[in-house]
Design a protein around this ligand. Sequence first.
Ligand SMILES: *Cc1c(COP(=O)(O)O)cnc(C)c1O
Length: 222
Amino acid sequence: MSAISHNIKLLRKDIPSLVRLVVVSKHQPSESILDAYNSGERVFGENRVQELLEKQEALPKDIEWHMIGHLQTNKVKFIAPFVSLIHAVDSLKLLQEINRQALKNSRTINCLLQFHVAQEESKHGFKDIKKVNDLLNSEEYKALENINISGIMGMATNTISTSQVRNEFKMLKSYFDVLNQQHFSSNKNFKEISMGMSNDYPIAIKEEATIIRVGSKIFNHV
Ligand SMILES: *Cc1c(COP(=O)(O)O)cnc(C)c1O
């Protein structure tokens, strides 16, 4: 058995069946991704458009590709034909462009709203729920018919303090609950909380993540 399939087997033991695993394959060569594919994995995540395009072209067509990194509006058109979930949406402008490109491709694109809850400075992600409430209440948002907001996404601080990480995941879960109650109570498609990576996925699962995104634990033996 290869190291990668061994790592996946161990990881899978930790993941309840209702939690989805996104195998984060950024920087990995095709052989390593195929190794994970041959171990049964079908959901892969990339954080750069160019790399995502090359891999989608080269690898089996039944892979479900997720864009997990920051996405520039001018690059949406390249991934719109096939992307299965865009994790890091943080503006109305980006949502509008995703909608435009989804329409061109006669499809609906699933998106997650990204929240910034970590201590590290980052330009990306909503920092409070008010902006998101305003967005979801706006006429501009209501006019978008080719996007589906299926939940939220976030990253915890990179720290050894498990209590801090836990609190940040609890924060994400509370944002999810508020949005679910205020905007999506009659919409069963709003159901995902994407949080947890190699170092903190066990905490994320306890705090009710529905999607975890794991890379180095699978590919780099951490
Ligand atoms: C790289 C990355 C991950 C995976 O991180 P690991 O620590 O390698 O598991 C998850 N989410 C995002 C947004 C990433 O960029």
